[in-house]
Write a protein that binds this ligand. Sequence first.
Ligand SMILES: Cc1cc2nc3c(=O)[nH]c(=O)nc-3n(C[C@H](O)[C@H](O)[C@H](O)COP(=O)(O)OP(=O)(O)OC[C@H]3O[C@@H](n4cnc5c(N)ncnc54)[C@H](O)[C@@H]3O)c2cc1C
Length: 355
Amino acid sequence: MDLRLTEEQAALVQTAREFARKEITPRAAHFDETGEFPREILKKAWDTGLLNIEIPAEYGGLGGSCFDNCLVQEEVSFGCSGVNTSMAANSLAATPLLVAGSDEQKRKYLSRLTDAFSFCAYGCSEPDAGSDVAGMRTRVTRHGDDYVLNGQKRWITNGGVAGFYTVFATFDPALRHRGIACFVVDADTPGVKAGRKENKMGQRASNTTDVIFEDCKIPSSQLVGSEDGGFKIAMKTFDRSRPWIAAMAAGVIRRALEESRAYALERKTFGVPIAQHQAVQFMLAEMAISYEVTRLLTHKAAWQVDQGDLSAITSSYAKAYGADAAMRCTTDAVQIFGGYGYTKEYPAPRRSSAS
Ligand SMILES: Cc1cc2nc3c(=O)[nH]c(=O)nc-3n(C[C@H](O)[C@H](O)[C@H](O)COP(=O)(O)OP(=O)(O)OC[C@H]3O[C@@H](n4cnc5c(N)ncnc54)[C@H](O)[C@@H]3O)c2cc1C
């Protein structure tokens, strides 16, 4: 197995790293504090080609792999995981179409993301159903050639800014996973509206809202896949997107490590830089190990996805390990920064809540 990046991948990393350094890092604190949506940064990311990485060339995209997408997401998350979440949500919402959309649906909706700067959102979770996807209650009923959606989605990233949604609904909650279908719904369809925006602890630059469906009538052409195929589409979407979350964790861990190392070399106690105290060295070493492990798991998981192997196990390890490691490392970063770690003056608390 060759772990080296190709020339194109190395160039992609360089572009994303430079973008994060120049456009994101200096302004991340502002967007985190205010919760404003960083539209201008995202527009520049779109112009630079860092959005919609996996959309195939025939629909105007870069035709990048899951691996390529992970490389970009690590770099963007190094700058701000909230900005990255907004970008990743486009990929997430496009994935059901990549997995099961008709050519006509892909041409219409995927091309929309590449023709003009725009957003989409993935509507799966609900107020009472998150981990338990089969427990969703948003209902779909068939009326002649149309479908009618009623219900409420929650935690929808890009919910208030999306031009279209890929959304899941059930014909009958008692059928659980067998009753779920997937639809693509234009945001300006009568009967769809974005609800309240969440006031989050972290990733505050991302727009997370409810999306509400009230007698929302859509033609049968908006069904993605089959009427009983929605649950499988949702699961395949998670299989393909888990490596991105792990890549995001890798970016957050690398940032925690770099900030902590720089501070530990500069801050002195008892006459020496705190980097010379073994307890601090242990924390830095653990961060470095966590970064390397998260990155390796991410790359293996992404590589498997790109080989067409959608067994969920490695991507689940990557996501679970990466997320927990990011929590641990950012908590340690707060510790290394001492009292300053508890203020908003330094990036450590922001990184901590972002993880
Ligand atoms: C910032 C943010 C962005 C998001 N973006 C999106 C989006 O774009 N689209 C979308 O559809 N959703 C999105 N989500 C929702 C996210 O997918 C859910 O929050 C997640 O699936 C967990 O669901 P829940 O919040 O209902 O928690 P629950 O499922 O209620 O879980 C609560 C707790 O119980 C634990 N738990 C649950 N089941 C089990 C079990 N069987 N065994 C042991 N422990 C268990 C969980 O681990 C958790 O600790 C987002 C969430 C956040 C915070």
